[in-house]
Design a protein around this ligand. Sequence first.
Ligand SMILES: Cc1cc2nc3c(=O)[nH]c(=O)nc-3n(C[C@H](O)[C@H](O)[C@H](O)COP(=O)(O)OP(=O)(O)OC[C@H]3O[C@@H](n4cnc5c(N)ncnc54)[C@H](O)[C@@H]3O)c2cc1C
Ligand code: SF4
Length: 599
Amino acid sequence: MSQVITEPKADVVILGLGVMGGAVAAELSTAGFKVVGIEKGPYYQFADDFAPVKYDEWGIMVMRKFDHPLPMSTFTMRQNGNQFALPVRRYTPTDQVISMGHAVGGMAHHYAGDMGRYGPWAYEMASETASKYGSNFISSIEPNQDVEDWPMQYTDYEPYYVAWEQSWGVTGTNEGPLLPMSGNYPLPPHPDTAVGTAFANACEAVGYSPFPTPTALASKPYTNQYGVAVNECVYDGWCTEGCNYVCETGAKANSAFRTVPAAISSGNFTLAVNSYAYRLDTNSEGLITAARYYDSAGNIHVQPGTVFFNGLWGFNIIRSMLLSGLGDPYSPSTVTGSLGRGITEADLVGPYTIGTINIGANAYPAGNGSGGQYNIRDLADDNFDHTGLNFIGGLNTLGVGGYAGSGPGFANNYFGAAAPTSIGSAYKASWKDFYLKTAQGVTIFNYTNQLPRTDYWSDLDPHYADIYGDPLARATLDFGVNEYNTSNYVVPKMAPVLTKMGCTNVFSTPSMKPGSVHVDAFQAHTRGGARLGLNSATSVFNMWQQSWTTPNLFASGEICNTTGNNMTAGTHGSGYQSYVASEGIKKYLASPGELATSM
Ligand SMILES: Cc1cc2nc3c(=O)[nH]c(=O)nc-3n(C[C@H](O)[C@H](O)[C@H](O)COP(=O)(O)OP(=O)(O)OC[C@H]3O[C@@H](n4cnc5c(N)ncnc54)[C@H](O)[C@@H]3O)c2cc1C
Ligand code: SF4
């Protein structure tokens, strides 16, 4: 029979021990605070749990044995407010590749480790655009736009970026000159590929400024600021295909191998794994008093605390607040409220430019998920003149020349070689060419800026529930006009670069009309919905990542990102928020109440 168990009170209770929660756990427990972490998944160790099964392509890629189990909880999706939202029930490559996290370490067990900071423009997109192109510029593109500036600017966030990058061991040099950085990333870049070098040279020849793609895959042995030692990558490519594979050396950064070990070593951290958080209790003053969770035996645990950090990721952050009666729920009919407001996905893969480059050798194409390549920022953000154009932002997360292949073979049925429609010599040749390449396709496509809109939001689904009977989160979300306009204009601009690289058959697909494709899968980079801001009427959290309505609640993650800028990978674009939140929590513990909202 299940019991109700009340745990000892903690200074800080962390919900979710993924990327964000792990950073807060390390920062606060090493500072001497008593911290409890509640995580619904297990704590895997790379040597014991990942290394022995790394060849289990069926189990990992298809059966998704390290992923979040969707029967436990999922969420529902629809493209507009008139549709009946349906639950995501299966991981089905190539559409629903992305999984939610389900372990200490979170989603980052599955990522490719692509990194890169936001630039200054991302933080002041609304005001910069208004001052340069007129106050109606964004509304002329997207009449329902709901774009706001972040509460702090790039220079304010820079020290937090640095702390975050040290903990993670980010590789790279410097993203300058279009991104001011106070120093280099802590680890050197991975070795260039021939295609990466060709891309960098071609970019320089046309006047762009390439830099090695920053990654979260250790290029050297490394010890971070908490004393956690990290192995270097062995370039076996197991974080590449479909980027769902776990890392068997710990070289791929996630909190399980970077920050949570520091929290455990501090002696101030208690970790509850296989524990599903479902409510936050409040008192008459509107403060949270305890988190409730189910353990794997069905017992209910009540975990009291002084401060609570919500690191449950994405829609789960919004949902947990709605289920607990916290925050000010957004209403799209009156355009009032903030919780659930402004979600974006920004993963439109529309038009592309493609070419083929001869790499001249039958080399085994191993590598890792995001090293070896180069990026540019020249066609991103407002780094080019938008006068007379019908979009803001530009060509984002652009990296060319990544390692050509990887260890896993099974997934190539989805992602690589030709479909087996004509089994025979041509099909066999396609496999040989896939593994022993002499030529490589180079494709430029665009992850754009999706603008927050008043008719896209997240709330509780009235029809579907999780395994415990609580309503699921629902997303009402589709692509907007800005994404199409950006891709149509910017992607063909890369054709001369491909030609300069020596590519043959360079080709840009025709423009796409807005509405040609729809959001039909959830992505890793859902942003907005629990936004940071200076206005308590339209944002959920203030500049210290503190809830406007519940002062002892803090959060971080992409869902807190104020704008739908997809300039960079998600973790880099939000990990530093955990360092801002940690500082905010320390301030709160020293003097409880709403924190000053200016620096
Ligand atoms: C295939 C894939 C590729 C990606 N590629 C990249 C990339 O190249 N670069 C990049 O920067 N980002 C990438 N991402 C995204 C990146 O992994 C996420 O941005 C990041 O992990 C989010 O961190 P988080 O702490 O917000 O959430 P998570 O890391 O997912 O952590 C949330 C934690 O909360 C736990 N949790 C959820 N609900 C409950 C509950 N009710 N009770 C208790 N615990 C709960 C989860 O189990 C999880 O451990 C990728 C993601 C995927 C899946
Ligand atoms: S290629 Fe490197 S980072 Fe990727 S899984 Fe292998 S050891 Fe880990």
